[in-house]
Every structure is written in C-alpha cells, then in structure tokens.
Design a protein around this ligand. Structure first.
Ligand code: NDP
Length: 400
C-alpha cells in the first residue's frame, strides 16, 4: 500500500462548481508531433469538470483506493506547519500542479525518507530540487505536451492583448467611459513586428505556428536547432544566443523551462539590450525574469508591456510588485490549467501511477529524473541543479 500525497489549489470562492459553461470539450487524441495524449486504462471523471482543486482530486480517489492505496489531498502546502509538510514524512508519492506547486526542496526531501516518485500534474518540474532528486534516486515525471497548446493559445492572446492595449481599453468601458484617445495612445498593430521566442520546444513552436498568419517576422533561439524544413516553412531566423535575438525583436515570448541555465536570464543587463518599447510575454516561469528589473524597465519605458501567468514564488504574496507595476497583463498561473488541459493532465497522472504500480516503464517522454540522473524530457530540456531557492517565501501569501 502506498501513501499518495496530492497538493491541489483551492475551490472557487463560490464553492465547487455545480454547473459548467459548456457541456463537452473536444477530445484530443494526438499532439502535433504525433505523440498520443495520455492513455490510462480508464478514467473516473467526466472530461471538462474541475479536477485541479481539492474536491476534484485529479479524479484519482476511486482508482487509488480500489487498489488499496491511501490518498491525502490538501491545498495547505507552505510553511513547516502545513498539512503537506506533516504528511510528507511517510509519503511514497507526491503529486502537485505547477499552478500551486508543492515545493520539494532538498530540506523537505530529506524529511521524506519514503519518497520515491514526484509527479508534476502538468509540465515544468522546477518546483522539485532536481539535484536532490537525482542524489536520492527519486523518479520525477511530468505529463509532457498535456497543456503545451493551452499555453501557446494564451501566449498569442497576451501578445495581442498587450500590443493592442486591450485590458486598459476594456477597463474604460467598465468604468463607463468612451475614452478612445486614452485607449489608442498605447495601441499598435502586431503586423510587421519582429517576434522572437526563447525556446522552440512544444510551446515555442506552437506559438510560432500560430503567429505566422499575423504576417510578423519570426525569430527563435534554442539549444537545438529546428529542422531546415520547419525553418523554411515558417521563415524563421535562428539566433545562436538570446542577446542576438532580443536586440532585433519588438516582442519576446519566453518558452524554456526554468533550470540553472535559465534562472534570472532576463536581468537588467539583458533587458537593457532590448529595443526600447519591446514587450515580454513570460508564461514559462517567473524566476526566468528578474522581478525588480522588470518593474524598473516598465517604469522607465524600456519595456512597453509585460504579461504572463508565472510568478515566484507561487502563490505570489499580495504585495508582489508585479501585481501593481505599470502596463502589465498578469494573471495568476492559469494558462496550462484550462478545463481542457486538466482532463489531459489528470489522465496522464493516472497513466504514470498505473505504470508505477504495475511495474511497467513510464513513457520516456514523461521522465525528468530517473535512476539517479536526468532522463527523457529532463535529459533533453533541463540541466541538473536546483531552482527552488527562495520557495519558502510562498508562505507569505498565507500570512498576508
Ligand atoms: P519542451 O520541453 O517541449 O520545450 C522546452 C524547450 O526549451 C526545448 O526546446 C529546450 O531545448 C529549450 N531550452 C531549454 N533550455 C534552454 C536554454 N537555456 N535556452 C534556450 N532554449 C532552452 O517544453 P514545453 O514547450 O512543453 O514547455 C516549456 C516550459 O513552459 C515548461 O518547462 C514550463 O516551465 C512552462 N509551462 C508553463 C505552463 C503554464 O501554465 N504557464 C504550462 C506548461 C509549461 P532543447 O530541448 O532543444 O535542449
């Protein structure tokens, strides 16, 4: 019998939904590169319902209890007195979503002698100290591709929202105004702009494909170059490093994982090399951008706008300066947790658990750490090390 500890976000303030805006969601069977969507033996939830909050339980309770395992679900994840930290002492498996991450620091891993598997119900396992997981031979797995397209859609929305000045214009309507000049004094067309992505993996490439019809000029930088045919099809300009790309771009979208190579990549010095009035859209991870450098660049006009849904730590404390800085289009971390995405990552989490309990290999593309080293997607896209430093600050949200 295994103890499974699952950390999920809180319910809506009005309670767990009784009805939904739509009755069905499209069934996605394959992703654009041909990879199949999750294939668990069964699911115990209706696609399209809220699975990521505590009562949703990622649809796992029947499955786990019918096999004799114990499931503990909590949203109380930060601080030494949290339910998470207490229950971690004898947990074999930890599951959490990057939107409401259960930070697995080296200190917490040391307090969890039974821990063998950490599942990210989503993509991006930077909330786990990967170095500590490597050393303790803990398997880390994520549901690769489950919400990459969800994020790509969000990125396109945020680019258009910032460049066209959507949010302030919407606010004028709500305030009862008809202030056209106020709205358009910061509104531009995206057409003809130079748009670059940091990383052209599953999300980055999907963003490039979705932007192509807008008649923008597309750029990318990545550790591995795309095929010549894709570069030609999308008329892409490859840059060997991020500095070369930011110098020429009007819009930068960040789509790489957070790991030691990318932590603090967008610091004051890199932002100073950008074109004045550029926009940054960061739906990758908050820590890839220096918090205070972003605020200063928006205040000085070096950046015309910043949008995204990722912060550090999460949840962001009420006083986090990104909540109030000028010309931002931030949301809480939601782009990869649409009801559509939840269906896929809940099914993927179950698929990983089925493999684990049945002694079958977890798909290679889901593995981040296995057998004491980076594996699968981890070996391709991450570097060893730790990006969780400072995560204990997440407790400030609870206290504020
Ligand atoms: P992929 O693994 O498909 O793509 C990641 C890409 O980043 C790879 O092409 C990788 O390069 C590249 N990369 C890694 N390090 C660098 C670097 N130092 N410089 C340039 N490129 C680099 O993952 P996805 O596209 O699906 O997701 C990317 C990230 O987006 C996730 O790790 C996560 O942090 C974030 N995300 C956010 C979500 C949200 O809700 N906001 C939801 C899902 C993901 P290569 O493999 O060629 O070495």
């Amino acid at each position: 019998m295994a103890k499974v500890l699952c950390v999920l976000y809180d319910d809506p303030v009005t309670g767990y939904p009784k009805t939904y805006a739509r009755d069905t969601i499209p069934k996605i069977e394959r992703y654009p590169d041909g990879q199949t969507a999750p294939t668990p033996q069964a699911i115990d939830f209706k696609p399209g319902v809220l699975l990521g909050s505590v009562p949703g339980e990622l649809g796992l309770r029947n499955f786990l209890e019918s096999r004799g395992h114990r499931l503990i679900v909590t949203s109380d994840k930060d601080g030494p007195d949290s339910v998470f930290e207490k229950e971690l002492a004898d947990a074999e498996i930890v599951i959490s979503q990057p939107f409401w991450p259960a930070y697995l620091t080296a200190e917490r891993i040391a307090k969890a002698p039974e821990l063998k598997l950490a599942i990210t119900a989503g993509i991006g396992s930077d909330h786990v100290d990967l170095q500590a997981a490597i050393e303790r031979k803990i398997t880390v797995a994520e549901v690769t591709f489950c919400n990459s397209i969800s994020v790509a859609e969000h990125v396109v929305m945020m680019i258009l929202g910032l460049v066209r000045n959507y949010i302030p214009s919407y606010q004028w309507v709500v305030k009862g105004g008809w202030n056209i000049a106020d709205c358009v004094a910061r509104s531009y067309d995206v057409e003809g702009m130079e748009v670059g992505t940091v990383a052209a993996g599953r999300i980055g490439l999907a963003v490039l494909r979705r932007l192509r019809p807008f008649d923008v000029k597309l750029h990318y930088t990545d550790r591995h170059r795309l095929s010549e045919s894709v570069e030609k099809e999308l008329n892409l300009t490859f840059h060997p490093n991020v500095e070369s790309m930011v110098k020429v771009c009007d819009v930068i979208t960040i789509n790489c994982p957070l790991h030691p190579e990318t932590e603090n990549l967008f610091n004051a010095s890199l932002i100073a090399k950008m074109k004045r009035g550029a926009y940054i859209i960061n739906t990758a991870r908050g820590k890839i951008c220096d918090r205070d450098a972003i605020v200063s660049a928006l205040e000085s006009g070096q950046l015309a706008g910043y949008a995204g849904d990722v912060w550090f730590p999460q949840p962001a404390p009420k006083g986090h300066p990104w909540r109030t800085m000028p010309h931002h289009g931030m949301t809480p971390h939601i782009s990869g947790s649409s009801l559509s995405a939840q269906t896929r990552y809940a099914a993927g989490t179950r698929e990983i658990l089925e493999c684990w309990f049945d002694g079958k290999p977890i798909r290679n593309e889901y593995l981040v750490v296995d057998g004491g080293k980076l594996a699968g997607v981890g070996a391709h896209s991450y570097s060893p090390g730790n990006a969780t430093r400072g995560s204990e600050e997440a407790v400030k949200f609870k206290k504020s």
